[in-house]
Design a protein around this ligand. Structure first.
Ligand SMILES: Cc1cc2nc3c(=O)[nH]c(=O)nc-3n(C[C@H](O)[C@H](O)[C@H](O)COP(=O)(O)O)c2cc1C
Length: 178
């Protein structure tokens, strides 16, 4: 799945296998506190590049900002979220994942950080549903007068879609069929 138009990207998709899980953990501010070997392999980064660094170190410019806004709003509301995400490897290659992101709690029930487990994303679901959706959301974000309005409009577009489908975001993710 080629992604075009950004000099930071090679357009080459990097893959991992169905029995691998990409794991990372963050503190409450989104700084990476842990990554497993598959995480570093796919990111093309070493542990020392990532620990205590914001998770947007692997952000791909083709990801709509509204999806991350929804992710953070959901986590701060003490809820889990499932989402398709495209990330950028250090060399500019990209890789798609299906992520499950959850808050983590200490023994007193205090939220202390966040945890993400990611598996291979279904290519047909990406091609038929997610890539067109993200393309639309990105266009909304880019065509707005300013980033703030763009984010609001894109976020609203997700809410409108969910209202139309009468589904929550996670339900919508699992309702996608090929
Ligand atoms: C546990 C956890 C995992 C995350 N994983 C990713 C990820 O794989 N890729 C990514 O771009 N952002 C990830 N994020 C979101 C980033 O913190 C950030 O919001 C996002 O990259 C957007 O960055 P920006 O605000 O600089 O545009 C994750 C956040 C958390 C809490």
């Amino acid at each position: 799945m080629a992604l075009y138009g950004n000099p930071q990207l090679t357009g080459v998709e990097k893959t991992f296998s169905a029995d691998e899980i990409i794991v990372s953990k963050t503190d409450l501010t989104g700084k990476i506190t842990y990554g497993n070997r598959t995480f570093y392999k796919m990111a093309g980064l070493d542990e020392k590049d990532c620990l205590d660094v914001q998770h947007n170190i692997i952000r791909n410019p083709n990801m709509p900002r509204s999806v991350f806004e929804l992710l953070w709003n959901t986590l701060k509301d003490d809820k889990e979220i499932f989402a398709y995400v495209v990330n950028r490897s250090a060399n500019g290659d990209h890789y798609w994942v299906f992520a499950h992101v959850t808050p983590s709690y200490d023994g007193n029930g205090e939220r202390v950080g966040y945890h993400s487990n990611r598996r291979v994303a279904n290519k047909q679901i990406l091609g038929e549903h997610i890539e067109p959706l993200y393309k639309d959301l990105l266009a909304i974000e880019k065509n707005a007068d300013n980033p703030k309005d763009g984010l609001e409009a894109s976020y609203q577009a997700i809410q409108d879609l969910l209202a139309e489908k009468k589904l929550g975001f996670n339900e919508f993710m699992f309702a996608l069929e090929v």
